[in-house]
Design a binder for this molecule. Structure first.
Ligand code: 6PG
Length: 257
């Protein structure tokens, strides 16, 4: 791993000097974890977020040898989806297809997209049933092997926005959210489901995220109410992969190579 890792208030934070080095370390982390599941001949369940950061990373991952991966064991899900058709420029599935899926041999039956084109409530229910059926049950909830998250400048993650009651709706596996500015409907994994994962990895880049990261990582006033600050896997691991711009307000100990 080519970043500088340190813990701040027991948070596992790694700062990278470039998105290329972040991508390389993410690839290494994913392959190592995936290989452990493969050795046990177990399917691997990965949920990914939308947003610009993952697409930049996925685009870089297309440079890595995908032949090494036994794709039949990798199952892909989405952390959230905008309630738009898959060919809409806003679609997380559509953008993931363009950035990486069209270049790799992931079997269609392993791609579990959220049907943004369908009625939100019926799709929320359908996707919840898919997760309950496909994923192993741990602590009474489906468990992902890895969940990739981003963070908004307002502290949202997935499509869980500050000030909304869906942070407490723990009974549902998936929730329906509305973007606070555009009111765009979205379907999102619930916080409780995210917190039941084996591994949660935040991928955060850019100056615009420095302030919110300072608030959350250094646990500054009011951080507790932010959705991203409430991602604390019950038994799983939580890691933060940051670039140096996003980490610039963190303690000086987070040097980067
Ligand atoms: C989405 C994501 C959202 C995203 C953050 C960060 O569907 O948009 O799930 O939560 O992760 O908004 O987005 P960036 O990676 O573009 O900063």
């Amino acid at each position: 791993m080519t970043g500088s890792t340190a813990s701040s208030k027991n948070k596992d934070v790694t700062v990278f000097d470039s998105i290329e080095s972040m991508s390389a370390s993410f690839y290494e982390l994913l392959i190592n974890d995936f290989t452990r599941a493969l050795l046990k001949r177990k399917p691997y369940h990965l949920a990914i977020s939308g947003g610009s950061t993952p697409y930049k990373i996925f685009d870089l991952l297309t440079r890595y040898p995908s032949k090494r991966i036994n794709w039949e064991f990798l199952n892909l899900y989405w952390v959230d989806e905008r309630c738009v058709p898959p060919d809409d420029t806003e679609s997380n599935y559509g953008n993931t297809w363009k950035s990486i899926l069209r270049y790799i041999d992931l079997p269609e039956q392993n791609i579990h997209r959220i049907h943004g084109e369908d009625m939100p409530e019926s799709e929320r229910k359908r996707y919840s049933e898919i997760l309950a059926e496909k994923l192993p049950q741990v602590n009474g909830l489906p468990q992902f092997d890895m969940v990739l998250l981003g963070i908004g400048e307002d502290g949202h993650t997935a499509s869980i926005f500050p000030g909304t009651n869906i942070m407490s709706d723990s009974s549902d596996l998936c929730v329906i959210a509305s973007h606070p500015e555009t009111q765009q409907k979205r379907i999102s994994l619930s916080l409780d489901l995210i917190n039941n994962s084996k591994n949660v990895l935040f991928l955060v880049t850019g100056n615009s995220k420095a302030k919110i990261l300072d608030k959350i990582i250094n646990e500054k006033k009011g951080f507790e109410s932010l959705p991203a600050a409430n991602v604390n896997p019950k038994q799983g691991k939580l890691k933060w992969f940051l670039d140096k711009e996003a980490a610039k307000k963190l303690k000086k100990r987070f040097l980067f190579f």
